[in-house]
Design a binder for this molecule. Structure first.
Ligand code: NI
Length: 174
């Protein structure tokens, strides 16, 4: 397994609409393994393939708490159906927008349909935190990052802040 480089805003690749996976072959399976390893190394709780520069509809998520065993979930060609009318807001962050955390409102529940690693169709009803993470990651497959849900003014400010936070980190390391 390899830790891959995570791309960050304003990299235009993040605006790519990812393509469905046609065949679940060794390349796809090793990409999923790499994504899981990259997510843990970051550390983060979710990652979309486009965040490592691969425009395929694949997500990995692990929302287990630190004191719980790891529980990596992978979703191939995920689709969200039946979002609840009730909304909930969580403070979100993103490995592609480091240094920025903002409250984002999304449906509190949704169902995700996807293929598992064996190509078997699965469906799961998600609530709360998992519903938020799934929707956040799904956005990446459609070229959307979480700050795109903010007003233009707040979004521009957030992206500037993220770029600045990385520049100062680099300088501190030199
Ligand atoms: Ni993200």
């Amino acid at each position: 397994m390899t830790i891959r480089e995570i791309i960050t805003v304003p990299n235009p690749l993040l605006k790519t609409i990812s393509e469905p996976v046609k065949v679940i072959d060794d390349e796809v399976l090793s990409l999923i393994d790499d994504m899981i390893e990259t997510m843990y190394a970051a550390p983060g709780i979710g990652l979309a393939a486009i965040q490592v520069g691969v425009p395929k509809r694949i997500l990995v998520i692990d929302i287990a708490r630190e004191d719980e065993a790891r529980n990596p979930l992978s979703f191939i060609n995920p689709e969200i159906i039946d979002p609840s009318e009730i909304l909930n807001s969580f403070e979100e962050g993103c490995l592609s927008v480091p240094g920025v955390f903002e409250e984002i409102e999304r449906p509190d529940e949704c169902t995700v349909k996807y293929l598992d690693k064996d190509g078997v169709e699965q469906s799961v009803r998600c609530k709360g935190m998992l519903a938020t993470v799934i929707q956040h990651e799904m956005d990446h497959l459609n070229g959307v990052v979480f700050v795109d849900h903010l007003s233009k003014l707040k979004r521009d400010r957030a992206i500037k802040k993220s770029i600045k936070s990385r520049t100062s980190e680099k300088n501190n390391n030199e």
